[in-house]
Design a protein around this ligand. Sequence first.
Ligand SMILES: [Zn+2]
Length: 395
Amino acid sequence: MPEKAMEGLDRRGFMTASIATAGAAAGLAGNAGPAKAQDASASGGPRGTLYTGDVVDGKKVVSRLDVDDLAPGQRHLLYFQGVETPTGQHWYVSVTVVKGAKPGKRGVLVSGVHGDEMSSVHTVQTVMNQLNPAEMSGVVTAVTDVSRPAMESMQRRWPNAGRGADLIDMNREWPGNENGVTAVSRHAALLFNRLLRPNADFAIDFHTGTTGFEVAAFNIAGMDAPEVKAMVELYPVGQIFDNHVYPGVLHNAFMDVGIPSFTPEIGAARVLDVKMIDLFVEGTMNVLKHYGVVAGPMGRTGKDVSVFVGNSAFPILAAAGGLVEHLVKLNDKIEAGQKVAVQRNSFGEVVAEYTSGVAGVITGQRSDAMAEPGDPLAFILFNKATQEGVETYPE
Ligand SMILES: [Zn+2]
């Protein structure tokens, strides 16, 4: 119990103004010494698995995980205790650890940072189900429902209750802040500091397009990082978006602490694209073979398909309201000046025609037929001579 209480206090530095909490902290100071010292001595934050003592649906709950503490040669199903909710309960996150019989590299697979991206969840589940711990060297840890409250209603953003209903995009919050003002920031930090970062030698954060906007199969990655490039080239998918995108995305939080990472994009939101999922499962198994976690020959890689690598995404934004008709499909090659979509008003009159300003390939398209001014209608992957600023992309 002292362990659990102390853990709670560690997490709630932002509550120290509370008299009750401050009193509890004083009461605990006497027996908190050795554990504190241990925490402080570890590099990269606290280490060691902490069991809360709770069991949910037969699965033990942890508030910190170190896969070194788990038995080798086994599959472990756990719940990670995420941020506390307004009712005083917690958002538990599902964690699957497949720990090989022999030591080796430790990979982390993440899905569910956005709540409507189902093919990313299924990709991670499929990889995990293919792993046999008895034959593995190393550990693979998977988290499939990071943004729990967003997933409960299958929507992109986390409905944060702190200041009335706010919808917060969790993939702009990493690495988070355990003392942050929103539950999303605190949840991100708890996961990053106590579950993801401590158990990752490499990490992959799986996504799809978003509701109303579908994408082709591609990976977002900084190809100037050799370890990242090596992983991404093992995927038999046709597009690579070679760009560092913006701060706050999970794969950049990993990169910032020296853990090679990137973001696969697996088609449309809300549905399972089984064919596309197979490509990403094959690529991810290749990555595990590349790191020696799994034995066996490589599957198909980028060498077996035609891959278009672009460093920029050209957005086509709606200039009017109305129904959008696409004239091209995902993955189509586009010439500069080519007409890609027309838009009609409620009378059926054409109110806008859209042409590409660049030569490239179609990476994403609005799948909701209605659009208002400013909505992205398409993204065209292309190569820009010089990079300027950060690229916004609704991953
Ligand atoms: Zn996403």
